[in-house]
Ligand binder design. Sequence first.
Ligand code: FHN
Length: 399
Amino acid sequence: MKKRFLYVVSGMILASPVLHAAEVSESNFKATQDRDARMEWWREARFGMFIHWGVYADLAGVYDGEEISGGGEWIMLMGKIPKAEYKKRAAEFNPTRYDPDAWVRLAKQAGMKYIVITAKHHDGFALFDSKVTDWDVVDSTLYGRDLLKPLAEACRAHGLKLGFYYSHAQDWYHPGGGAARGGHWDPAQEGDMDEYLREIAAPQVKELLTEYGDVAVLWWDFPHEMTRERTEILSPLTQLQPGIIMNDRLGKGSLSGFDTAEQRVPGTGYPYDWEACMTMNKTWGYKGYDDQWKSTGMLLEHLIDIASKGGNYLLNVGPTGAGLIPEESVVRLKEIGEWMQVYGDAVYGTTSSPFPIQEWGRCTRKVLPNGNTRLYLHVFDGQENAKIHIPILNKVQTS
Ligand code: FHN
């Protein structure tokens, strides 16, 4: 890996709060005792793995010999694939190479502290054994076994938190499920959305929150036509997992745990908990021909930039239909892990930089138990022995 980061200066200790601290205003969500307690592990973690996986991975971005635009996970809609045809393709899904323990070990090796997997994406296909539909991996594929149970076990075994992504409003299979970008294309999709929410979405969320052990995150996506009344059908279910946190994408009226920036790093970050989710190439779900991979250096720069603005980085992998994480992703995750081995302290449990963005790189900050502040200076593309200006007046000690 080309080393883009010359060094991280750790241990710059300020005996007092930073004098030029850019006022990080109180979160715009009432910072309650309970909320801070729930968010504590997440604020410490700073770095997680997003997994977009489903029967679409077998199609790999191609339908009827044609490359279909958009994310690999949107192929059913973008290719206007009829339900019956999509179901027929799904029947061949048989990820014999799936090794959840290896996935979790790779995430851990990369320095990631949590995993969020698409339990059900917009195509309505459940990666788990759902009692309320036969459109799931057990009843509709050759593979025939629950994919989430062994992943949950592996997360527990290796000490990573597990989260479920759930597409609650968009569901291109079950009658009444929503469809953005132009709506339904197959009469078999038509139905009543409120009934879909009560008969499919709510019972499936309950299954996910009661049958897979501790679930740390519920990653709703996204609030398509989710009125307050519809939100109320789902939001009480989160009480099934008392410590759970969720993102801001459930629907009108839901109090969120963290905001979500997607495929971008905000200019200054937000004055409350937030997470940037991003792909390593251009697609969330696997596409065999998407070779626009970001370099490891760029991925590390995103990780540091996000942490320097007080956010979490949820970095995506899109496994193949056979159940393998693409080699390009594996290489990058291992290289990130090498860096995190040395400099992880400058990311984990840090908060936003006390001063505006500097042209030499970024700064992360950690308030120590004794009240001192440790600053970590991340110099991007610096020259050896370069001089950098740190805009603070405090007396500092380096260590
Ligand atoms: O439509 C989805 C998309 O497929 C992907 O899951 C992303 C990940 O955050 N969320 C939605 C687009 O905002």
